[in-house]
Design a protein around this ligand. Structure first.
Ligand code: ZN
Length: 287
């Protein structure tokens, strides 16, 4: 049995984005601890074949039990994020499989986030994946500024048709990309309200007003420098309660065909995800 502790705290990764924190104690309980002992004491290298079943076994536990935190809010496991992570790693292998551990190992080798690159999806590896995803977003909304031309989105694309016209705006380029994307999604069988727009452009004063109306907001919600103020962010309907960050709600959303479709296709239309909010997508272009 090996125990090792780690504590990683990263402040202010991105403007308007919560600090990520990872805290965990791993109690490795695996089919052949002596082999794993030897391996974890090694200083470099990838996972030998004889260790892989033990790593896959441990990943199954970590998927539900790994403790980590966002702005000091305890999070448990990474099963909600499995669809996003597997897409990121370019694997369709199940989370407790050898194939998945190999994909994790490849990322660890490439990123240098864990040495040895054993394929264990523990805290530092999870963080490194989220940091990479965050780096692909528009992360300095205040500096990017508003898209040059804004448009009022047609009602047919709006989740709540009662929404006032000035609350239905998006940047022109973002809307053009969105329209292409939703046409493709409908052709692929994503129907009904899925991928309709819940919220697009939100001015800074409106964002402040929303925040004032919700005194119990968590630090990660309604960021002060939201990308929504640039006209380049869209909250899309991906199921359940549209923008509720409750764990069960997000689990339902990340299981939805609409979200899975976005993970596979949104990038080719220029959109990238925010790992914590399955509904939030940002237009960064296709170059
Ligand atoms: Zn959003």
């Amino acid at each position: 049995m090996i125990q090792f502790r780690f504590f990683i705290l990263i402040f202010g990764i991105l403007s308007g984005t919560p600090a990520l924190e990872c805290r965990g104690e791993e109690n490795l309980s695996v089919p052949d601890p002596s082999l794993l002992d030897q391996y974890l004491m090694a200083t470099s290298g990838t996972c030998p074949d004889e260790i892989k079943p033990a790593i896959a076994f441990e990943n199954r536990r970590l998927m539900d039990e790994l403790e980590w935190a966002i702005s000091e809010r305890l999070q448990k496991g990474w099963s909600i994020y499995y669809p996003l992570i597997s897409e990121f790693l370019g694997t369709s292998a199940k989370p407790d499989s050898l194939g998945f551990a190999e994909a994790v190992s490849r990322w660890q080798l490439y990123s240098g986030c864990r040495n040895p690159a054993d394929g264990l999806l523990e805290g530092s590896t999870l963080l490194s994946i989220f940091l990479e995803l965050q780096s692909r977003r528009f992360n300095k909304a205040g500096k990017i500024g508003l898209e040059k031309k804004m448009v009022v989105v047609e009602e047919k694309y709006i989740f709540d048709r009662q929404r006032a016209k000035d609350r239905r705006q998006l940047g022109q380029e973002t809307f053009n990309a969105y329209e292409k994307m939703i046409i493709a999604a409908r052709k692929s069988g994503i129907k009904g309200d899925y991928l309709k727009i819940i919220s697009g452009y939100r001015s800074v004063p409106y964002q402040d007003e929303l925040r004032a109306r919700m005194p119990n907001l968590q630090p990660n919600q309604l960021a002060t420098q939201s990308v929504h103020s640039t006209g380049r962010a869209i909250d899309l309907y991906v199921g359940g309660d549209p923008v509720n960050s409750n764990v069960l709600n997000r689990k339902n959303q990340t299981d939805s065909p609409a979200y899975r479709w976005l993970l596979k296709n949104a990038r080719s239309f220029g959109f990238v995800p925010y790992y914590f909010e399955p509904w939030h997508w940002e237009y960064v272009g296709t170059d």
